[in-house]
Design a binder for this molecule. Sequence first.
Ligand SMILES: Cc1ncc(COP(=O)(O)O)c(C=O)c1O
Ligand SMILES: C[C@@H](O)[C@H](N)C(=O)O
Length: 358
Amino acid sequence: MVMRTVDLRSDTVTRPTDAMREAMGSAEVDDDVLGYDPTARRLEEEIAKMMGKEAALFVPSGTMGNLICVMVHCDVRGSEVILGDNCHIHVYENGGISTIGGVHPKTIKNEEDGTMDLGAIEAAIRDPKGSTFYPSTRLICLENTHANSGGRCLSVEYTDRVGEIAKRHGLKLHIDGARLFNASIALGVPVHRLVQAADSVSVCLSKGLGAPIGSVVVGSQSFIEKAKTLRKTLGGGMRQIGVLCAAALVALQENLPKLQFDHKKTKLLAEGLNQMKGIRVNVAAVETNMIFMDMEDGSKLTAEKLRKSLAEHGILVIPENSSRIRMVIHHQITTSDVHYTLSCFKQAVQMIQEPSRN
Ligand SMILES: Cc1ncc(COP(=O)(O)O)c(C=O)c1O
Ligand SMILES: C[C@@H](O)[C@H](N)C(=O)O
């Protein structure tokens, strides 16, 4: 009989709080296609102000937010975008920028910290004189924090350097900021400064902020006008979205201040796991709310064996591969849950490594 559930699969798993549900129920709404939903407008104005950009647009998902931004920037046939080979846009969005957007990806190796080598970025920019044969580079995409690097933060200095390269070559810069607020808290840098060099940003409301649905894209007024049209083209024009945006406004108020505690709980879990026999965590690389936990060769541990054993105690995790497990902390994971998770891990590791003892 499972005692309790500790869902570490992602920060997308949170349930709306009572305050969010109350706000959803009493939200002021209107048709956001025929005009403007007033609550959506409020959220968009608040996020645009926080990001230091002219305008913002609520979108149903981070995937759609990234697709819209890439397509608005790359609105000429034969466009190419420079992005990381391990970034979310390239790995987890079904190749949408190509299959739907008609945009050619030019991938560059993501370093362990989520960055791409600046020299490699500049070298990947196509020479306009070769346009008879080559696609034309129009956009560079960054991701902050970088999910597949374990939630690592891109520094403002690095982001500004990439912005300088983009400007020097007449390119645009988009930031997939699904967990931008986590980066801001971890770095102690306001979000508007982190994205100052960017022409567009997509930020998720449905991750660490804990809103049930949605993302927001930000950019210039003219960029957002094009984005709004494209959102409708892609089927993302929605009617009384104030119901969803009301929850996001509560999330901004309630959960933004809690991100720092999510990071502390993540560190606590990482340090505890790293002390276990046969398990390795690069604790120094745990900067925000994600942990990549590796099993050592010869440890008899596999991700599937651990996942299965943990699930029997109500702990939900996702294997990254046969010897790596990813865990993501969010505001609905308590410190007590972290300690419970560590005790269950300890028991599972022992059972797998020394079955005769059990
Ligand atoms: C870095 C990153 N970007 C974009 C997304 C896409 O967001 P959504 O799941 O809302 O489409 C995710 C995960 O969901 C993500 O981790
Ligand atoms: C898997 C991925 O799409 C999702 N963004 C997550 O981090 O859980």
